[in-house]
Write a protein that binds this ligand. Structure first.
Ligand code: ADP
Ligand code: MG
Length: 397
């Protein structure tokens, strides 16, 4: 974790509360390398935690109250720990409150309250999961401060339990229906390692990205994600339609998600399926295969192959899943012309937001410069380009 962020959180705390913080915790953001729209279909994802994150600095207090400042927002948030209600309208603080609520639901009443300041450098709402980064950093802060649960060194089973708890905070308190991927990734990350997650069984594996590992360069198209929400729900419905078709054929016991189907089965039923649903499903099922192939490539130390699979994933998202845009295409075309490019794809929901690119680490600066130049020439928009590396998961500091 870069120390400027730590210093920013420390300084923000001291400015707001007039004391030095006694407890510090951090968590990274995350990016999906492969597995686009596979998570809610019970499928496979390859992700990594990144060296952008959130630091929380603060102190426990005797009052049963949370007081939180963020360097990213002008107004602080202040709330009674006992009076939290799921779905309450709120500002940025709803993710903070959701963590407190989920800890209380799981571990019982909190021991006193807290004062804290947050500093983060994960761009908000860009698909890099600033929300899970904030959630995990805050949870570790509250555990270490003795405000919630028991402070212990978190082993992997404890991290998985915490990921589920934080997901519950997001699903039930904030009201955002999301899978486990975000919270899992920010808790399980390791330096220079990717993470594979099976969203059906929750089996996972940490995989080395190689020596030297490639840089993970995230390019933000700077286009609005507002459209993406409606489209996201439409895609989920299109996937469910194909699941319903196979349930009618094979029974609801046998088919719960698209994951329960094979590419061969889909092809056999091709002519009976609606023309949209079947290509959406083809993307999801071939994407699961690409995740498996990507994991195999990493086990064999072949990160260049992972890059190719990411480019294949992008084509499948664009042609079958229909979640690219002219701006994301311009970003990918710009990357293809840039030095050191191993492969890249749209990430997250799609339609706007970011692409993720695997790039030879020694050429990452030149790559970033070239993408900025080409994308600006194509679209008259200056993109944000973040050169990142696979990073460690949430920890106390
Ligand atoms: P994403 O997770 O893709 O970045 P979300 O909309 O899921 O986008 O999460 C953004 C929300 O997370 C913010 O509205 C805020 O509630 C919370 N958040 C994340 N980082 C911070 C921060 N540094 N300070 C305050 N709130 C934050
Ligand atoms: Mg989020």
């Amino acid at each position: 974790m870069p120390s400027p962020l730590l210093e920013a959180a420390r300084a923000a705390y001291t400015q707001a509360f007039g004391l030095e913080p006694t407890i510090l915790a951090q968590a990274p953001g995350r990016v999906e390398l492969l597995g686009n729209h596979t998570d809610y279909n019970g499928g496979l994802v390859l992700a990594t935690a990144i060296d952008r994150g959130t630091v929380i600095a603060g102190r426990p207090t005797p009052e049963r109250e949370g007081q939180v400042h963020s360097t990213g927002f002008a107004d602080p948030d202040r709330f009674d720990l006992e009076a939290l209600e799921p779905g309450e309208p709120g500002t940025w603080g709803r993710y903070v409150r959701g963590v407190v609520w989920a800890l209380r639901e799981t571990h019982g009443p909190l021991q006193g309250g807290f004062q804290a300041a947050i500093a983060g450098d994960v761009p908000l709402g860009a698909g890099l999961s600033s929300s899970a980064s904030l959630q995990a950093a805050l949870a570790l802060f509250l555990l270490k401060a003795g405000v919630a649960g028991q402070a212990t060194d978190l082993d992997d089973p404890a991290r998985m339990a915490l990921a589920k708890l934080l997901r519950r905070g997001e699903n039930e308190f904030v009201g955002v229906q999301s899978g486990l991927l975000d919270q899992f990734s920010v808790l399980f990350g390791r330096a220079d390692m990717a993470l594979s997650l099976d969203c059906r069984s929750l089996e996972y594996e940490r995989l080395s990205l190689g020596t030297p590992p490639p840089a993970i360069v995230i390019c933000d198209s700077k286009t609005s994600r507002r459209l993406a929400d409606g489209m996201y729900n439409q895609r989920r419905a299109e996937c469910e339609r194909v699941v319903s078709f196979f349930q009618a054929k094979r029974g609801t016991e046998a088919v719960t998600w698209l994951r329960d189907l094979t590419v061969d089965e889909l092809e056999e039923a091709w002519s009976q399926l609606d023309t949209i649903g079947r290509i959406r499903a083809r993307h999801v099922l071939t994407e699961n295969e690409r995740v498996q192939q990507g994991a195999e490539a990493l086990r064999a130390g072949d990160s260049a192959r992972l890059g190719e699979l990411m480019s294949d994933s992008h084509s499948s998202s664009r042609d079958d899943f229909g979640n690219s845009s002219s701006y994301l295409e311009a970003l990918i075309e710009s990357a293809e012309e840039a030095p050191g490019y191993l492969g890249g794809k749209l990430s997250g929901a799609g339609w706007a937001g970011c692409t993720v690119n695997l790039v030879d680490a020694a050429q990452a600066d030149d790559f970033a410069e070239a993408v900025r130049h080409h994308y600006t020439k194509r679209t008259a928009i200056v993109p944000d380009v973040h050169i990142c590396h696979a990073a460690a998961g949430a920890s106390e500091l």
